[in-house]
Design a protein around this ligand. Structure first.
Ligand code: SF4
Length: 582
């Protein structure tokens, strides 16, 4: 038996510095990843206490197939979010999942608040709190260099760390994972900050057994071949998700200038081809992934006259390009990368930070706010001053930036401009594809474009002239369940066409948990419902979610948004969410 029927959970209290591995029942109910995170939050989360209560848990969970099959490479982080003070989930790759597996645990639960800034180091045989007072206030790059020296090993080591945004409890602060990946959204970075936890070093310093017999090896080879041969993953390796810029621009579905427009030839300068030709240094991959979709570009900075330059590496994807490029009317790849560099160093979430600044630029141009609040002039397209404004946001430089860092909704409530707040539960993702996507992100559990494939449903031919609420609702509910199965394994969602339900069954059978394979969809449904239960219990009211006027004004290749259809779908989905979580 490769997997135990219980979960091995390492629970650490930062106050005492002590931790222990506990056995938590329920592998056959909660699978792992999203399911395990939701289960542990139900067990340890304090639903009536605020997100920054010292005893709130910060949970990292992996799945039953982690380390055993390609692209089973993600970790799920579950927590109470500073963004809305409700249950939340965020996903990241890098080496975190494999290192937790090699440390011999299915999940890490961190409670308590350290008396002073610390770095938590853990492995299969050790837990140690190291003083990190000297790292407090350092940026992600500098702390990374020190933390790598503070730990042994490299390949089986994962480093999670926060920047000044997390330290300052900014609700849009993320956790940086191994430099190029992130638990980006909904403020997990601030949760670490509230615990005085600058960094977590996970050392995967044990080993684990692979399944015996031929079935596992044969299946592994088959999946590996499918991923590397079929061409289906090449697009992620070659241009990466940056190729979405051209596709969405052609559809008139690319949010530009705070969603004031959805298409502009000038943004072909930010296409995947342009980045590949002009800025790309190398590709990287999460541990256990043969695809390598992480595209690393460079920024160049003059630090001394006449010709002394510093080069820094920055990983770009479609979402940061949309948020810090298109939304801000920055269409030069190097200017965009310079903004992304600031976001990376300070530990803000790139999407939220870009969309927040886009709202601020529109409010600034409309005269609703002035330099009295923004301290620098921030009309659209002003890259140099945006760099300063991003620093201000991470540092909570004044009241305006403190509020803005906590999200556009809060800033618009205080300064006006709700009509053009591009918020769908949290700052929008880069798809102006239509009503189904807007509703999906606005109400979805993570307020993420990955909660469901609403953006692809919008592009279905049959939906263009026949907007049907029942069909769209059926899609959202079914697609969420299928994705929850994958995020409980925990697979990279780029591999969703490889890991069909049938292939997941084969994988589970090959590692000795056929009983989970037999009822996987039933379990996925229960996990989906448990996640909603957690969210509702922490105060979520889906019927209270508003979609701003700006979204109703969008025009794309299908014409103008159908507001009636969108309202009806939103109302039906809100009712369904309450039903699922009851
Ligand atoms: S496809 Fe990209 S995000 Fe997914 S596991 Fe591979 S490198 Fe990581």
């Amino acid at each position: 038996m490769i997997l135990t029927d219980y979960f091995r959970v390492l629970k650490i209290n930062l106050e005492s510095g002590k931790g222990q591995v506990i056995h938590v029942d329920g592998r056959d109910k909660y699978i792992g990843g999203s399911g395990l995170g939701a289960h542990l939050f139900a067990k340890f989360g304090l639903i009536d206490r605020p997100w920054d209560d010292a005893q709130q848990p910060l949970i990292f969970a992996i799945g039953p197939l982690t380390g055993l099959f390609p692209l089973m490479s993600k970790t799920v982080c579950s927590f109470k979010s500073p963004y809305h003070d409700q249950f939340a989930e965020s996903h990241a790759g890098g080496r975190s999942a494999l290192c937790l597996k090699f440390a011999g645990i299915d999940a890490l639960v961190i409670v308590g608040k350290a008396a002073h800034p610390v770095c938590l180091s853990l492995g299969a045989r050790h837990i140690e709190l190291k003083d990190a007072g000297f790292l407090w206030g350092t940026d992600i790059q500098s702390s990374g260099k020190v933390l790598r020296r503070m730990s042994s090993g490299s390949g089986h080591r994962s480093i999670l760390r926060i920047g000044i945004a997390g330290e300052n409890l900014v609700a849009t602060a993320g956790i940086n994972v191994d430099t190029y990946r992130h638990f980006g959204r909904l403020g997990a970075g601030a949760v670490m900050g509230s615990k005085n936890l600058k960094a977590i070093i996970i050392e995967g310093n044990s080993s684990f057994e692979l399944p015996a017999g031929k079935q596992y090896k044969k299946l592994y080879k088959e999946i590996y071949k499918k991923i590397t041969d079929a061409g289906m993953m090449h697009k992620y390796h070659d241009l990466g998700t940056a190729e979405n810029i051209t596709v969405l621009n052609a559809l008139g579905a690319l949010p530009i200038r705070n969603l004031g427009k959805t298409s502009d030839q000038a943004f072909e300068n930010l296409s995947g081809e342009q980045f590949a030709d002009r800025t790309l240094l190398r590709n990287m991959a999460c541990a256990g992934c043969p695809v390598g979709c992480i595209h690393v570009g460079f920024v160049r900075e003059k630090f001394m006259e006449p010709n002394h330059y510093l080069y820094r590496q920055v990983a770009y994807d479609f979402e940061p390009i949309f948020a810090l490029g298109c939304m801000l009317e920055i269409n030069d790849p190097f200017e965009f990368l310079a903004l992304l560099d600031v976001v990376e160093k300070t530990g803000l979430d790139a999407m939220s930070a870009g969309v927040a600044l886009a709202w601020a630029s529109e409010a600034f141009e409309k005269g609703m706010i002035s330099e009295k609040q923004t301290l620098v002039s921030i009309p659209f397209g002003h890259g140099k001053n945006y760099r300063i404004a991003l620093e201000y946001m991470a540092r909570c430089e004044n009241e305006f930036y403190r509020v803005l860092g906590n999200g556009v909704q809060k800033a618009a409530a205080k300064y006006g401009g709700k009509d053009f707040a591009c918020v769908l539960g949290q700052e929008m993702a880069g798809y102006a594809t239509g009503e189904t996507f807007f509703v999906s992100q606005a109400l979805g559990l993570r307020h993420s474009h990955l909660d469901t494939g609403g953006y692809s449903f919008d592009q279905k031919k049959e939906m263009e002239n026949n907007k049907n609420v029942d069909k769209a609702l059926e899609f959202l509910v079914k697609d969420e369940k299928e994705r929850v199965l994958l995020t409980s394994m925990v697979a990279c969602l780029f591999a969703r066409k490889v890991y069909t339900s049938e292939r997941i069954s084969q994988c589970l059978e090959s590692v000795g948990v056929a009983h989970i394979a037999d009822k996987q969809m039933e379990l996925a449904e229960n996990i989906r419902n448990l996640r909603w239960k957690n969210r509702l219990a922490t105060g979520y009211d889906p019927s209270s979610i508003r979609i701003s006027k700006r979204f109703y004004e969008v025009e794309n290749w299908k014409g103008r948004i159908d507001g009636t259809f969108m309202d009806e779908l939103k109302s039906a989905y809100a009712n369904k969410i309450v039903e699922m979580g009851s």
